[in-house]
Write a protein that binds this ligand. Sequence first.
Ligand SMILES: [Zn+2]
Ligand SMILES: [Zn+2]
Ligand SMILES: [Zn+2]
Ligand SMILES: [Zn+2]
Length: 443
Amino acid sequence: MASEAAEPSVQTTTEPAPSVPQPTEPPANSSLGGFAILILALIAAVIFLQRSRKAKSGDDEAAPKKEGKPKAAKADADAKAPDVAEGAAAAKPDVGESCCVVCGTEMPMLTWRGTERMWLLCCGKQMCKGCHADTAEKIREASIAADDGTTHAVPDCPGCSSSLQLPDSVAMEKLREQAEAGSAWAQYELGYRCEMGLQGVEQNLADAAYWYGLAHDQGYGLAAACLGALYLVGWEGVEKDYAEAKRLLKPAASKGDARAQRFLAQIYDGGLGVPPSQSDSIMWLEMAAEQGFAAAQADLGFMYEHGRGVTRSIKSARKWYKLAAEQGERNAQFLLGGLLLNTRGEKALPTAMRLCRQAASQAHLDAIDTLLQMESNLKRSCAHCRGFKEGLTRCSRCKAAYYCNGECQMAHWKAGHAQECCDSGPDCSHILAMAAGAQQGQQ
Ligand SMILES: [Zn+2]
Ligand SMILES: [Zn+2]
Ligand SMILES: [Zn+2]
Ligand SMILES: [Zn+2]
């Protein structure tokens, strides 16, 4: 059964980087500057400085998750700790090269596409992301039908025809059985669940390292990046070990694993056990970003925005942020919002707030704080006449502008809010049509 398909809301195992602790995450706070400048320009709110400081410290806690991860390792974790034989992995193939069991799309192991595969935990077959989403949707429809008392066909596993609706406890038991029997992919998948604490599996980095280690020993390509990343932060009973991290990450990065490339970039950027080298950092980051890895795209955008290891380029920063933000990368959403405000000023506010809201909805702490502060400031001043008063009404569409009354709103709309307001949302064709109609009526 595919517990993943049965549980579409659960984060999938093969999602690249969110899983792994992120050592020297550069981003976040800088862009607060972007938001801060605007807000201060608008309302000179001293509170914001306090807020932004608070947001900053909040994100420091949240972003790298270095110390934050529960390390509830068992006492015997050390005994189980992986004993990764040097060179063992290199000698064997990166097992698991395969195609989508439904549509046949190739998913080479160590490319960006390869990390988008979803395993069917019942039989070890794989689905591409698109087919996985389709299957999840069918299951969702079936469960809605069941609630209604009607019936709707529930798809079976396309690989082995077993039910896709096993409860997590049963699915995890089966996964563990396969992992213990020596299946490399199952060891990797179980390691991921141990690392993240998913589907009823207790979060435990020592267990994660153990299972990743077994998969890696068998030459399972994807395991190296995950295990390497764990060595960057260490776990209960095991100190962080930059040299070991690099030893694991570099071969995987060279073979094209985008996550390994990004972690290696962080090693060089931060000088973790190596002399700091921004050119090396950029080189690996570009490889990962070019593959489409959103987290690396966000990092690269940050490097361009701040001219770190590259010639500063707002255009390139915006390009990479945008690519990542469109994939739903929350940090890129937040950073892009700040960049737009910095470069385009107040008229970018609706778009910036939409981006900030998207990031906030994914629990980006800086974004949440910034959004709260922006909203509380915005609603105190009319976007058109700048009048300060209570009880302003909000633009229902972009939710990023407040007005004294309809007259102020119409004036602001005509003065250019129309475009930004519509750019900030997915569907404003009817508003534009209405506006066009109104203009024609006036003529
Ligand atoms: Zn497919
Ligand atoms: Zn199956
Ligand atoms: Zn007004
Ligand atoms: Zn608006």
